[in-house]
Design a protein around this ligand. Sequence first.
Ligand code: TRP
Ligand code: ZN
Length: 477
Amino acid sequence: MSRRMYRSALVIGGIVAAAALVGSTAASAAPGRPGEPRYGAGADGAGDPYFPLAGNGGIDVLHYDLDLDYTPPAPAPAPLEGQLSGVATIELVATQDLDRFNLDLRGLTASSVVVGSKSMSFTQTGDELIITPRPKLKTGQSTTVTVAYGGTTTRPTDIEGALYGWVTTRDGAMVVSEPDGSSTWFPVSDHPTDKATYSFGITVPAGRTAVANGLLVGSETADGKTTWTWDAPDPMAAYLATATVGDFRLEQYTAANGTPIIDAIDSTRSANQVAALARTSDMISFFEERYGPYPFVSYGAIVDNDSVGYALETQTRSFFSGSAGESTVAHELAHQWMGNHVSPGRWADIWLNEGWATYSAWIWLEERGVSTAQARFQAVMNRPATSSTWNTVVADPGPLGLFGTPVYDRGAATLHALRVKVGDTAFFGIAQEWVARFGGGTATTADFIALAEEISGQDLASFFDVWVSQPPKPTVW
Ligand code: TRP
Ligand code: ZN
């Protein structure tokens, strides 16, 4: 069972074909005199062993402005295919002298690429859009890359076979891209280590609503089409971007801490299916007390009418397919601190996302008098030594294990065991310093261990060894 309630139970056998063996193209610098630019190609990936071609070397994206025009499928029995055309205006900085660099783009065709104000030649190979800027880019130089692109949208799947990315639905699209699905809807440096700010203009048939991250700037209708404009000024990992389209009504209010809340509720949802959203403001206050100030300009939920059982912590606007249960609402909200503000440095570090979010729901349910964190911990510990919870290296679960039960439950149990070991003051001190120190960027398991030792003053090497580096069920720690 993978992804618990957050993702439908899909157990796909098999292995990833030599994923860790596929190297990224190293930057090949041409010889030059000292001080002269040494132009070469940016790497075709960010260097993450789980997804070697995700992200790109040689560039640091600062901002994506995504201008999308989307036509959802015709009514059944027409195929579940939409038409997407986009113009992505990407501000980036060269981090090495570049005569070539890549962006990730999957299943869509680029029709023009402009760097600065000049049209450039480009090619598409596999999921890579390869751009040869002229003049070449020097280290530290910033420029704007404008890509016009488009194509037919379908229902892409990740390496587990689970739907993700720009998932075409009858009424629009559910756009949920973790871990590497953003390239199914825009040209992107698709790795959490390259966070950027975003703005969106999404044009859809009048009557449909397009929901993205951040704040709603406005909507304008002309000639039977509505353009929805959103602004997301907080640095964001690409997998957390969304531009979900459907038959939504927007509900706006202000949380107790002053954060503007924008919920998007599919017209078919019952009051029951969204009842737990009424606790959002209280939950924000609860997690602020423990993790520090809510880190973003806004929050809210998208509750769609798809039956796949998904929830994703899309930044500032958590996504729920079907219904939003209380524990899941707490889980996705907690991700805003744990996963979104502080994001994994490598996908292998995913337990820091899912362990924290799962643990956060445990402590919220304790606050509500439903069950204690200690009881939830005990329930995990009651699993027999033969359970999959105890055959996984949680801090390196492999690309097919990213969203498996051990990452969630053993990750949360690890945090509870840490809390008991170091005490509440140190534990929540670690949580707050984690968010304060690494917020806006990424951090790794090694960073977490070092911080836990720093704040607690304890040597935690063997604690973390048995909990996250060794598969067997911990007995002493
Ligand atoms: N991060 C999600 C959660 O636990 C699970 C998830 C991973 C997901 N990849 C996804 C959900 C893709 C939807 C689509 O909250
Ligand atoms: Zn999660």
